[in-house]
Design a protein around this ligand. Structure first.
Ligand SMILES: Cc1cc2nc3c(=O)[nH]c(=O)nc-3n(C[C@H](O)[C@H](O)[C@H](O)COP(=O)(O)O)c2cc1C
Length: 178
């Protein structure tokens, strides 16, 4: 073992990582999309998820003021759109317009779903936690939507080239990403 940097060690345990999108709205109901690598499921009953948002992001203020978001799960076909949303701010651009992603009305929250995504999860924010330069927002799931199209591979970031099964036993499948 040798001493490593924070970035080196973090990349070893968090890459590759699945990418999600969070949609929030401003006071005029204009929607904005942020790309997130930092997310997790935190409860089954009731279903809850947590997302970690940088305090400098435009989305940070929208989440604080609106109290709702939609977690949208992109497939591998949305890589260009995801790159755009993750490298531009809603302060400067309308990301739905620029990417041609389609906003469709949600059932329980004001931010819209993204039609092209594999799944959309409507969430109401029930708590938040200050963690350094990010805030963790905890959302309670209000409704779930899944695509009726053929299942697409989920989009990840990092070095990923397949999944090799090492042990498939007792209903658990362990493997390594090649
Ligand atoms: C692959 C990827 C993962 C990202 N993960 C996060 C994240 O977990 N939390 C975060 O605050 N920003 C994350 N970002 C950065 C934001 O998506 C980016 O700063 C975005 O432009 C912010 O948009 P906004 O200013 O419209 O909110 C990520 C970007 C990319 C490309």
């Amino acid at each position: 073992m040798r001493k490593g940097t924070n970035r080196e060690a973090a990349n070893l345990w968090r890459r590759p990582s699945r990418i999600v999108l969070a949609v929030s709205i401003d006071e005029s109901d204009n929607p904005n999309i942020i790309v997130l690598g930092w997310k997790m499921q935190t409860s089954i009953h009731p279903p809850m998820v947590a997302i970690s948002i940088g305090k400098t992001r435009y989305s940070h203020g929208l989440l604080l003021s609106s109290g709702e978001f939609v977690l949208a799960i992109p497939g591998r076909d949305l890589a260009e759109e995801v790159l755009y949303c993750g490298t531009h701010s809603g302060r400067d651009v309308d990301k739905f317009k620029e990417t041609n992603l389609t906003a469709i009305s949600a059932s329980k929250v004001k931010p819209p779903l993204i039609k092209e995504c594999i799944a959309n999860i409507e969430c109401k924010i029930v708590g938040n936690l200050d963690t350094g330069d990010h805030t963790i927002f905890v959302g309670e799931v209000q409704a779930n939507w899944v695509s009726e199209e053929e299942q697409k591979n989920l989009l990840s970031i990092g070095q990923e080239a397949g999944y090799e099964i090492m042990l498939d036993k007792k209903g658990r499948r362990f493997g390594v990403i090649r």
